[in-house]
Design a protein around this ligand. Structure first.
Ligand code: URC
Length: 299
């Protein structure tokens, strides 16, 4: 028997970076949660405790903050990419880096009917995400950028049905042709090489995909959440041809008609019990077959 050290990686998780731009009286805010993960020649740190090749996670943290100033955060994807490239290109033992970024949304406070210059209100629960991975291998560098969103909570009060499903001895679910459909969407898409060239507008692509996802959820008469996810993913990739694939993860946040007949009251789809668990968990990967697969982008 031989016990070996298998996969290992390390980094600084959840660096909370708030970056302002104060060049004019109208300030700008970017509010981030940044996680660095490094892979490379670090086995000795585990096997013998030799730290000579270990870039401390404290240094990684400092770099995250320094880059927010030195390189700026023009887009979250670009910032993640700058950091990931730095760790691989400039720190000898590092052969692979992943930088994950979450961006929290703030909207300007309305004061006297006008947007305030330096006061914001934290808006919504929805979080924008980005992840850049850079790895050395076979004499060339492989770069991937993922972008996405999470906690986008969507609900429609009609336009959704679920019937004709498989039944067996344990099936009790009634068929319905008018139900509430709700989810808290996680969507992550991978950009192809064209998006990694300078000048690609990550913000515009993000807005286009977000809009496509919401529009499909709203306008498609849904036969199942599975069908809705397929249409969301397809529409996103059709509208942003630089996106190679999109992964969708959607909890089915069940809303059950509350039985008011017990009290002699009709309930025509007006009063529901919003159950928080268990929930259906529907997932799909939708891909544009023009692009080669890249499972390593997700590792
Ligand atoms: O859209 C749905 N898909 C399912 O697979 C499923 N299963 C279930 O009980 N309700 C639903 N709804």
């Amino acid at each position: 028997m031989s016990i070996v050290l298998a996969d290992h990686r390390y980094g600084k998780a959840e660096n909370r970076v708030v970056r302002f731009r104060r060049d004019t009286a109208r300030h700008e805010i970017v509010d981030l949660n940044v996680t660095t993960t490094l892979r490379g020649d670090f086995a000795d740190a585990y096997l013998s405790g030799d730290q000579s090749k270990v870039l401390p996670t404290d240094t990684q943290k400092n770099t995250v903050y320094a880059y927010a100033k030195e390189k700026g955060v023009a887009t979250v994807e670009g910032y993640a990419l700058d950091l990931a490239r730095h760790f691989v290109d400039d720190v000898e033992p590092v052969s692979g880096a992943r930088v994950d970024v979450e961006a929290y949304p703030w909207t300007r406070a309305q004061v006297g009917g006008n947007e305030h210059d330096h006061t914001w209100i934290r808006s919504g629960a929805e979080v924008r995400t980005a992840a850049a991975t850079v790895s050395d291998g076979d004499g060339r560098q492989v770069v991937h950028v993922l972008a996405g969103l999470k906690d986008l909570t969507l609900l429609k009060s009609t336009g959704s049905q679920f019937k004709g499903f498989l039944t067996d001895a344990y099936t009790t679910l009634p068929e319905t042709d008018d139900r509430v459909m709700a989810t808290s969407l996680v969507a992550t898409w991978r950009y192809g090489a064209a998006a990694l060239a300078d000048g690609f507008d990550f913000d515009a692509a993000y807005a286009t995909i977000r809009e496509a996802l919401i529009e499909q959820f709203a306008t498609l008469h849904s036969l199942a959440l599975q069908q809705t996810l397929w249409h969301m993913g397809r529409s996103a990739l059709e509208r942003v041809p630089e996106a190679a694939e999109i992964r969708l993860l959607a909890p089915n946040k069940h809303h059950f008609d509350y039985d008011l007949a017990r009290f002699g009251t009709d309930n025509h789809g007006e009063v529901f019990h919003a159950a928080d668990r268990p929930y259906g968990l529907i997932q799909a990967v939708v891909a544009n077959d023009v692009f080669p697969a890249a499972p390593e982008a997700w590792a």
